[in-house]
Design a protein around this ligand. Structure first.
Ligand code: DPP
Ligand code: ZN
Length: 878
């Protein structure tokens, strides 16, 4: 495979002004006729020949204007079609055949159960027909879909329905026209026997937009939440960004087999069922939140992605980072801002930091890639969103909005770059972002070390920061430039936040944004009346690893006194980390240990203070995950982290048993299920309480848990009880544990998404013998080896969330994963490549495991027919 470089970007030699597609649907032989109105691109070097992308296509016929082309006129290669001589403006007609039924890659046109659907981002359109499959070629699409009327009563594509016809032999056709020019990656087609839930939205200018969600008949009762979320998102985007929807219809289709979460095709979003279907009986609070966030995310792309699209795939974060920032803010406004922030930061620090510290680390704007599908990453999405958030922090909400208005206005209908976005932000604010741009071009997580110095006599407090960024594959740390880092700071006194006076500002306030731009820099606060505890990077104001030499008592002060919820959570987590590290040290030396008393007191305080937000209590009492702990020190001591974490958990459980029981009872509710911040908060605390209580359950607690499992009126509570039972290793619960799994399956075996939950709980079960159980699950009738959601629920959960078993010292987990990847390499390269994640981190483990993990990577590498996707990741990790 070849490497593609950002620096080699050239505009396309031709543009396709209009695209007319006709699909004659058939499982093994769908005929695609394309009529393309092409013109030479005035902004590119002239070219005599036209080269189109194409993959796995059978070319049937080619015609230029009125002339049929013969073999001498063109050349077909593995991934392209070149027509040797073309004029400056011409119409190209091309007929190809494709086989949706055997397309297991789930890219291009494929079948999911009984329906036809498409996934074209990033480069899937070339599996449908020969085309200039690049995002800077924008065309006006008209699409005619022809299919059997009985089997496929619903025929959809982008834009507005302009014609439908009854044809011979039971066939019918529908023609859709999309007035907005778009790149091919935003094309979509759906055909199926689908039911529809319909609603409408009146836009800010008074236009009526018809909203439709298409699902299989069995899922009709799971659309309400997505519809409500969509309407909220449409309203929010008008109010917060001034963005109005542009077509008269907006459609969502739910499909079972989908590689990603969802796709923002113009006017016709296609969703993984897991990101659109929700019903209290079958969906957890986390599921509801995901649906709300993803529906909004895809809707927001209509402006940040579709109306203004990307020039090339190196600009992917231009649309993804910005749109994730938008959906995060939307969810924060709909629910609890602090909870959302803590969850997002957990993803950043646990998963994105690991990516940034591994062999696949890449800048938010990568400089090169082999396979673009490998770059739909936490770095592009989540870190990209953090970078956009930093503009928001530096500019403030008003200027940020002006910048976004300018960006949309200036580039509407265009394919833009990250530099265009930065230029708009710079222009409205008059600020210089030349140093800020290193956030886009340098990979790796910056480390910021801070120290404070209080002078009691002068009443000054000085904060000195030092920043550096470690080596990453594309650059040595010593060659990296310092970042422009916003540091949100408050100073905590004994009784709360202190007023701040910096030399540069007159008005005292309680929080300031320091702008760190040097490798080392000192800021001095004046008139500080007592020795403060600094609260740094409040709200996680920059995606860095920060360190400050806090004493444990300082952390305790932050957990109780700080006004910033994220900072309180973070301090509590640091206390827990220290406590777990202490236990690890003791276990390593086989010494006695005692639970850190400050941590215990903090937990007790949280459990007794009924004035606190239950969601905050739940978050603050949840120990840092195995994965989070694994990111803190190398080599990763898999078993020791697991043991120490469990030991700390057991100690808290035991020493706060009565408190947990009181909390559990306090959280019981008789209200009907509703998805809102308050109710979600109560259920989340109830879940955490149950987890602690079930570490060593009494008869009474076990009965409570079983009661919750049997009587819950919602999946959040029901699955929480099931997980608590499955995670419980006490002999007392042995029977209930087995029964719960069996009963749960019996209750829900016809609900695919609930079955996924059932599979994940078992795949994550960290008790010995997990691999055997996982192998049995792969043979279970509920498993489907072609369905990405099932693969994720079992294989991915086992390899990413069951560390002690996946990293079994005999290497069996690694062999298992490599076997799965080798099968998927042929079937679905995107999923295969994604699964590689845990193996690529081999350098973080002990020498023995390193050898075993590498051995499997080498075995995969020696496979003769490796997909580009898998090849790139394996080659970069070895
Ligand atoms: N563009 C899609 C999304 O992120 C890719 N799955 O929404
Ligand atoms: Zn997106």
């Amino acid at each position: 495979p070849t490497t593609i470089y950002l620096k080699d970007y050239l505009p396309p030699a031709f543009l396709i002004e209009k695209t007319h597609l006709t699909f004659q649907l058939d499982p093994e032989k769908t005929t695609v006729t394309s009529v393309l109105q092409c013109v030479a691109n005035p902004k590119a070097a002239p070219s005599q020949s036209l080269t189109l992308h194409g993959q796995d296509l059978k070319l049937v016929r080619l015609q230029l204007n009125n002339k049929a082309l013969t073999a001498a006129d063109y050349c077909v290669e593995e991934e392209s079609l070149t027509i040797h001589a073309v004029p400056d403006a011409f119409t190209l007609t091309c007929v190809t055949e494709i086989s949706p039924a055997t397309n297991s890659s789930l890219e291009g046109l494929y079948k999911s159960r009984t329906m036809y659907c498409t996934q074209c981002e990033a480069e899937g359109f070339r599996k449908i027909t020969y085309y200039l499959d690049r995002p800077d070629v924008l065309s006006e699409f008209t699409t005619t879909v022809i299919g059997d009327k009985q089997q496929f009563p619903v025929l959809l594509s982008n834009g507005n329905l302009v014609a439908s016809e009854q044809l011979e032999n039971g066939f019918h056709s529908a023609t859709w026209h999309d007035p907005f020019k778009k790149p091919a990656y935003l094309f979509a087609l759906v055909a199926g026997d689908l039911q529809v839930v319909e609603d409408n939205f009146i836009t800010c200018s008074g236009r009526n937009v018809v909203l439709k969600i298409f699902v299989e008949p069995k899922d009709l009762d799971k659309c309400e939440h997505a519809m409500a979320s969509l309407k909220n998102a449409m309203k929010w985007d008008e109010e917060v960004y001034g963005r109005e929807y542009d077509l008269d219809i907006f459609m969502i289709v739910a499909v079972d087999d989908f590689n990603m979460g969802a796709m923002e095709n113009k006017g016709l979003n296609i969703f993984n069922t897991s990101c659109v279907l929700a019903n209290p009986k079958t969906t957890t609070d986390a599921g509801f939140a995901r649906v709300e966030g993803v529906v909004a995310h895809e809707y927001f792309h209509n402006w940040s992605g579709n109306r203004v699209t990307c020039r090339d795939w190196f600009q992917l974060s231009l649309k993804e980072g910005f749109t994730v920032f938008r959906d995060e803010e939307f969810s924060s406004d709909m629910g609890s801002r602090t909870v959302k922030r803590v969850e997002d930061v957990n993803v950043m620090r646990t998963l994105q930091f690991a990516e940034d510290g591994g062999p696949m680390a890449h800048p938010v704007q990568p400089a090169s890639f082999m396979e673009i599908s490998n770059f739909y990453t936490l770095t592009i999405y989540e870190k990209g969103a953090e970078v956009v958030r930093m503009y928001h922090t530096l500019l403030g909400p008003e200027l940020f909005r002006q910048g976004s208005d300018l960006y949309f206005e200036r580039h509407d209908g265009e394919a833009a770059t990250i530099e265009d976005f930065t230029a708009a932000m710079a222009e409205v604010s008059g600020r210089d972002f030349s140093q800020f741009k290193y956030w886009y071009s340098q990979a790796g997580t910056p480390v910021v070390k801070a120290e404070g110095d209080y002078c009691a006599q002068a009443k000054t407090f000085s904060l000195t920061f030092e920043q550096y960024c470690p080596d990453t594959p594309e650059a040595k740390g010593s060659d990296k430039k310092p970042y422009h880092i916003p540091v949100n700071v408050s100073l905590l006194g004994k009784a709360g936040l202190l007023p701040l006076t910096l030399d540069s500002q007159a008005q005292p306030q309680t929080e300031v944004v320091l702008e760190l731009t040097e490798a080392q820099q000192t800021f001095v606060f004046n008139d500080v009346q007592e020795e403060p505890v600094p609260s740094l990077f409040r709200g996680f104001s920059a995606p860095v690893k920060s360190a400050y030499p806090y004493k444990k008592a300082d952390l305790l002060r932050i957990t109780t006194q700080d006004s910033d919820g994220f900072a309180r959570f973070d301090a509590m987590q640091q206390l827990a980390v220290v406590a777990i590290f202490d236990v690890m040290a003791a276990l390593r030396k086989q010494e006695e240990w005692q639970l850190e008393p400050l941590l215990l007191n903090a937990v007790k305080e949280l459990l007794t203070n009924e004035a606190l937000d239950p969601a905050m209590v739940a978050l603050m009492c949840t120990l840092p995950s195995q994965a989070y702990m694994s990111g803190l020190a190398t080599p990763i001591e898999v078993e020791l982290i697991h043991q120490a974490r469990n030991a700390v958990k057991a100690a808290i459980a035991e020493q706060c048993f009565d408190l947990w029981l009181a909390v559990y009872n306090r959280c019981l509710s008789t209200k009907a299920y509703a998805f809102n911040a308050n109710d979600v908060a109560l259920r989340s605390l109830k879940k955490v309480a149950l987890e602690y209580l079930m570490v060593k359950p009494t008869e009474e607690v076990l009965a409570l848990c079983v009661k919750q499992f049997n009587n819950a009126d919602n999946m959040t509570d029901e699955s929480a009880a099931m997980s608590a039972l499955v995670d419980c290793t006490a002999p007392l619960a042995a029977k209930e544990r087995v029964d719960a799994l069996a009963q749960f399956y019996e209750r829900w075996k016809d609900e695919a998404l609930v079955v996924n939950l059932w599979l994940s709980v078992q795949a994550a079960d960290s008790t010995p013998g997990a691999l055997k159980r996982v192998e049995a699950l792969l043979k279970h009738p509920a498993y489907d080896s072609a369905n990405p959601n099932k693969i994720r629920s079992v294989v991915s959960v086992f390899c990413n969330q069951n560390a002690v078993n996946f990293h079994a010292i005999d290497g069996s987990g690694y062999v298992f994963l490599a076997d799965q990847i080798l099968v998927l390499n042929k079937q679905n390269p995107q999923i295969a490549s994604r699964l590689l994640g845990p193996l690529t981190k081999w350098q973080k483990y002990d020498v023995n495991r390193q050898g075993l993990m590498r051995e499997q990577l080498l075995r995969i590498q020696s496979e003769p027919a490796l997909s580009k996707d898998v090849y790139e990741v394996v080659a970069k990790s070895l």
